[in-house]
Design a protein around this ligand. Structure first.
Ligand code: ARG
Length: 252
C-alpha cells in the first residue's frame, strides 16, 4: 500500500514537473510597452482587476495577446491621448493601442498596423432634443474630446463646439445642459448612453464615415510592425477580436 502511494506520488510529481517545464519554461524576451489613454471604454479603462494591472478593455486584452504571441511581456503606459504619438516618436513606448483611428495626417508621423476594428462617429444628445442628423448641429453647441477624430469632424463641419480632455467631461456637459450634443466614437457612445439616463444616440453615416482602429508603431519599425500584424491577423481570423468585442460591448 505504502509503496503504491509512493509510486503514485512519484508519477504525479513527474507529471507536474513536465507541465511546469512546458508552461513555466517559456521565458519572455523582454517587454513591449503599449501606450494608451484609458478614458475610452470599452477599449481601455481603469478597473479594479484589469487584464494588465489596473487596465482593462478590448485593446488591453489585444495587447496582452500580442505580448504572448511575440513572446514579450505587455506593459501599459497610460497618458493623454494627445501625447501618444509624440511618446512613440520619442521611444518612450513601443506601440500605441488606443482605439486610434487611422488618418492620413497621423500616418505621416507613424506606421499603422492592419486595422482591427471598424467604427464611426455618432451624436449623443438628450431624448427629445430634436437633433436627428449632423446638419441639426449647425445651430447647436457640441462637445468633443481634444485630439479625437470627433473633434476633426465638427471642425470640418464648421459648427460651434468646445473641446474637453475626456469623454466623460463631454457627457457631463450634456447631462448638465451646457451643450446640446457630443460627437464621439460609436462603441464609447453606447457605453455613456447606457450609464446615463435620458441620453440617446443619433447616427448619420452619410456625414460620419467609416473609421478603422489600428495599432501605431514608430515610423520604419518594420520588425515590430510585422510581428504585431501577424498577431492581429491571427486574432481576426480565429475570432478572438470579435469575441472580445461582444464581451466588452455587452458587459456592464
Ligand atoms: N478613434 C478616435 C481617434 O482616433 C478616438 C480615440 C480615443 N482613444 C482613447 N484611448 N482615448 O481619435
Amino acid at each position: 500500500m505504502k509503496k503504491s502511494i509512493r509510486i503514485i506520488a512519484a508519477a504525479l510529481i513527474a507529471v507536474l514537473m513536465t507541465a511546469c517545464l512546458t508552461a513555466c519554461g517559456k521565458k519572455t524576451e523582454g517587454t513591449i510597452k503599449f501606450g494608451t489613454n484609458a478614458e475610452f471604454p470599452p477599449f481601455e479603462f481603469v478597473a479594479a482587476n484589469g487584464v494588465i494591472g489596473e487596465f482593462d478593455g478590448i485593446d488591453i486584452a489585444i495587447a496582452k495577446q500580442i505580448g504572448e504571441d511575440i513572446n514579450m511581456e505587455a506593459k501599459i503606459e497610460n497618458m493623454e491621448f494627445d501625447s501618444l504619438l509624440v511618446a512613440l516618436q520619442n521611444k518612450q513606448i513601443d506601440a500605441v493601442i488606443a482605439g486610434m483611428t487611422v488618418t492620413e495626417e497621423r500616418a505621416e508621423s507613424v506606421d499603422f498596423s492592419t486595422p482591427y476594428y471598424s467604427a464611426t462617429q455618432v451624436i449623443i444628445t438628450k431624448e427629445g432634443s430634436g437633433i436627428k442628423s449632423a446638419a441639426d448641429l449647425a445651430d447647436k453647441f457640441t462637445s468633443v474630446v481634444q485630439g479625437y477624430t470627433g473633434e476633426t469632424c465638427i471642425v470640418d463641419l464648421g459648427y460651434r463646439y468646445e473641446s474637453f480632455k475626456k469623454g466623460t467631461e463631454c457627457v457631463m456637459e450634456l447631462v448638465n445642459g451646457k451643450c446640446d450634443a457630443v460627437v464621439i466614437d460609436s462603441a464609447t457612445a453606447s457605453k455613456y448612453v447606457a450609464d446615463n439616463k435620458g441620453l440617446v444616440i443619433v447616427e448619420d453615416p452619410a456625414v460620419f464615415g467609416n473609421e478603422e482602429y489600428a495599432i501605431a508603431v514608430a515610423k520604419g519599425n518594420k520588425e515590430l510592425l510585422d510581428k504585431i500584424n501577424a498577431s492581429i491577423e491571427k486574432m481576426l481570423a480565429n475570432g478572438t477580436i470579435a469575441t472580445l468585442g461582444d464581451k466588452y460591448c455587452s458587459a456592464e
